[in-house]
Design a protein. Structure first.
Length: 420
């Protein structure tokens, strides 16, 4: 019997999208593509809880400074939707603030009120029609809140630089309502934070919980908690930004108390995959621990302890980044410069899925990190902005056939030609 010649629709959707089967970014069957006998790790699925990620090329969270009072707009639909239809295994929506004063910039996205649910749901629903999983990074900017967008601070040509990072009230900022563990500013041209009291701490914990409930309504597939880059949870764990003398400061256990409290609360409320992004080091000078045993800044040894606690709480994956909490940081930036941190953490916790991020641009480089046990997933940011079709280019470079969107098939005939 000949098959009916129908452009099959995605089922259960109130408009027409062609169904991609298998999903965009999935390896095609060996029966048709002998070159797919050995599947590169990049294109092997990964199952976490009941969720199967179709490949291991994931989109890093990337602030767009383009939200309308915390609401996603059509920019986000086009930007994230474009990635959803080009073969990545997962998309993490940008740092999304759980309270308005927890935004990095006035134009950050947010989930502090119900009106922010619908614009996100539209994007998530679209990603799902393209067979792509999508989650969100829940965040509080801590002492780095109320700042201006990078291109407002310094244009690309470097011909115009603002005198400060601070977003004033007249620039829609809230410089008098910036909080952190201690009243220590990140740098001279950043806001002066106020040390959080117990009430502030309880309110932020509640706000994370409320945002999780909104994530459920939106249908996000996972949540990532932002505990990196010098934002609130990183502020608490690092001795550089946390000088508290109460139960939330001082010893390593005390500095971890608030971040772990938030993450435990989220874990209890959220059954789907839960990830945490950490900074593995502050990139400050000298040893992490002084000769007297005192922790001098946040570094890999404390990160390992932190990750152990995260695993105990039931966190499903740790995304290993670095930096952002020390204004004089010197980072030896180069290809995969953060991969050694991921590898050290993976070695300490072999059963815990780990993601590596940071200057991963080349498919063979990316594949190496998965092959040599550095990480289980590669997360890309800028390379995917330059090259949203990167998963298809990676398939081409690694010599396997991977499904593009049917609408784009004619652009990928080289990848789609069966080879012995
Ligand atoms: C435009 C842009 C926005 C970013 N926004 C976030 C963010 O919202 N949350 C976060 O954890 N990291 C953010 N980052 C950092 C990236 O997620 C990533 O860790 C970093 O760019 C290094 O990866 P790459 O070399 O692949 O770009 C951002 C990076 C860029 C380029």
């Amino acid at each position: 019997m000949p098959q009916p010649s129908i452009n099959t629709p995605v089922p259960g959707v109130d408009t027409f999208y062609p169904l991609n089967d298998p999903a965009i970014g999935s390896i095609l069957p060996t029966s048709a593509y002998p070159q797919n006998t050995k599947i590169p790790k990049l294109f092997q699925p990964l199952t976490i809880r009941d969720t199967t990620f179709k490949n291991r090329i994931w989109v890093a969270p990337m602030c767009q400074y383009s939200s309308d009072n915390g609401h996603a707009t059509d920019w986000h639909l086009v930007h994230l939707g474009g990635l959803a239809s080009r073969g990545v295994g997962s998309i993490c929506v940008e740092a999304t603030a759980v309270v308005p004063e927890g935004r990095i910039s006035p134009e950050d996205s947010g989930l502090w009120q119900d009106s922010q649910i619908a614009p996100f749901k539209r994007i998530v629903d679209f990603a799902h029609t393209q067979g792509t999983l999508i989650g969100v990074q829940l965040a509080h900017a801590g002492r780095k809140a109320s700042t201006i967008a990078p291109w407002v601070h310094l244009n690309a040509a470097k011909t115009r630089r603002a005198s400060t990072w601070l977003a004033e009230k007249s620039e829609n900022g809230w410089p008098d309502d910036v909080t952190g563990p201690s009243a220590i500013p990140f740098a001279d041209d950043y806001p002066q934070p106020r040390a959080m009291d117990d009430k502030d701490i309880a309110q932020v914990e509640e706000a994370f919980h409320a945002a999780v409930e909104r994530c459920k309504q939106i249908g996000f597939d996972f949540i990532e908690i932002h505990a990196a880059h010098g934002y609130l949870l990183h502020n608490f764990v690092s001795p550089l930004s946390n000088h508290r003398t109460d139960q939330y400061g001082g010893s390593l256990e005390n500095r971890l108390r608030f971040p772990l409290k938030v993450i435990e609360r989220v874990r209890k409320a959220w059954e789907k995959p839960l990830f945490v992004r950490i900074s593995a080091t502050d990139w400050a000078e000298g040893p992490e621990q002084g000769e007297n045993g005192e922790w001098r800044y946040w570094g890999l040894e404390q990160s390992k302890f932190f990750v152990g606690e995260l695993q105990t709480l039931g966190v499903d994956l740790v995304d290993v980044s670095s930096g952002g909490n020390y204004s004089k940081q010197t980072i030896p930036v180069g290809p995969g410069y953060q991969a050694p941190f991921a590898k050290a953490i993976k070695q300490a916790y072999p059963d815990l899925p780990i993601s590596t991020v940071g200057l991963i641009t080349d498919p063979k480089q990316a594949e190496t990190y998965l092959e040599d046990g550095t990480a289980d997933v590669v997360t890309l940011a800028r390379e995917l902005l330059r090259s949203p079709h990167w998963p298809m280019y990676a398939a081409q470079a690694l010599g396997v056939a991977v499904k593009p969107a049917s609408q784009y098939e004619r652009a990928w005939l080289a990848v789609l030609t069966p080879k012995e």
